[in-house]
Design a protein around this ligand. Structure first.
Ligand SMILES: [Zn+2]
Ligand SMILES: [Zn+2]
Length: 143
């Protein structure tokens, strides 16, 4: 698998180099001719160069695709799973202290120690909110 990818990458780099050179020659010639009466004789180089750059870019991206996606995956997978774990932990560890002093999970509707209602549900967005909330912290709905 590594061989065709490498070939594509090399072809892509060569195409990019040729295309860039042609485009630069063409544009340099065009801008040079702007100040003088001479016609831009080499401007066609840009028209040839740009498709060559595009072709080179396609080859390069195809050649590097496997490598890059693998790299991104390797880099982001642990980071992603870590941030998911942190978010899950935070959601699970979110607590609400009842008037009786008992600490309850924030998602609990009633206190586990005294049975008092400790949270209400927003009628607009269904968010679980502390029982004395006046406005929903998620949607701003008046409760
Ligand atoms: Zn309680
Ligand atoms: Zn709401």
């Amino acid at each position: 698998m590594a061989k065709p990818n490498k070939t594509l990458t090399i072809i892509g780099i060569i195409f990019l180099a040729i295309g860039l050179t042609l485009a630069i020659i063409g544009f340099a010639n065009f801008f040079k001719s702007l100040g003088s009466d001479k016609k831009p004789t080499l401007f066609w180089c840009s028209f040839v160069g740009i498709p060559v750059i595009v072709a080179g870019g396609v080859c390069l991206s195809l050649g590097l695709k496997h490598k890059i996606s693998q790299h991104i995956l390797n880099q982001s997978a642990p980071l992603l799973s870590k941030s998911i774990k942190i978010a899950v932990d935070a959601a699970q560890n979110a607590t609400m202290v009842c008037e009786c002093g008992q600490e309850n999970a924030a998602a609990n509707a009633y206190c586990t120690a005294c049975g008092k209602q400790i949270s209400i549900v927003c009628g607009n967005c269904n968010s679980v909110l502390p029982v004395h909330s006046v406005y929903c912290s998620h949607c701003g709905n008046k409760l």
